[in-house]
Design a protein around this ligand. Structure first.
Ligand code: AMP
Length: 148
């Protein structure tokens, strides 16, 4: 098999939803295992380490809503188990690369643009994931699927 384990890195943006079916069909055609990952940046890091309040509850809510959203996005796809869906705390590039290494991922799929991408350049996370990636990376044009 060309690819045996495909990892879909998703920002869970509305636009990403339609890309899931495309990736799923690719994984089925290749008979590859499919995993999904969404990375949440620790709130303390995103807003500065010296925030004077306990953010653990807020972080937990963020995790729970991401899990629910990932469940919703993958619900139309058959045979995706809870153990195939991962919501982790960290920096997107590091967390995605680490997961890929630990789980023997041989293809990472990202959207060519996400929430922070400008119209004509690669999204910043896509660029980050590409640099130093431990395996192949495929950037999918998510916008295309929303017009099908
Ligand atoms: P962006 O850097 O926001 O333009 O995102 C580009 C692509 O990177 C998205 O389409 C996703 O595939 C991926 N991505 C962005 N943010 C995350 C995240 N927090 N967790 C996992 N993948 C992400």
């Amino acid at each position: 098999m060309i690819y045996q384990h495909i990892l879909v890195a998703t920002d869970l943006a509305d636009e990403a939803r339609n890309g899931f079916k495309h990736v799923y069909e690719l994984a089925c055609a290749l008979n590859a295992k499919l995993s999904f990952i969404h990375v949440i940046e620790p709130i303390a890091i995103a807003f500065g380490a010296d925030v004077p309040m306990d953010l653990s509850q807020l972080q937990e809510q963020q995790m729970q809503s991401a899990i629910a959203r990932l469940d919703e996005f993958t619900a139309p796809l058959a045979d995706i188990k809870a153990t195939d869906k991962h919501v982790v705390l960290g920096q997107p590039k590091q967390a995605i690369h680490q997961f890929a290494i630990e789980q023997n991922v041989d293809l990472i799929m990202v959207g060519s643009h996400g929430r922070h991408g400008l119209a004509l350049i690669l999204g910043s996370t896509t660029n980050d994931v590409l640099s130093g990636a431990p395996c192949d990376v495929l950037a999918v044009d998510i916008k295309r699927f929303n017009s099908i």
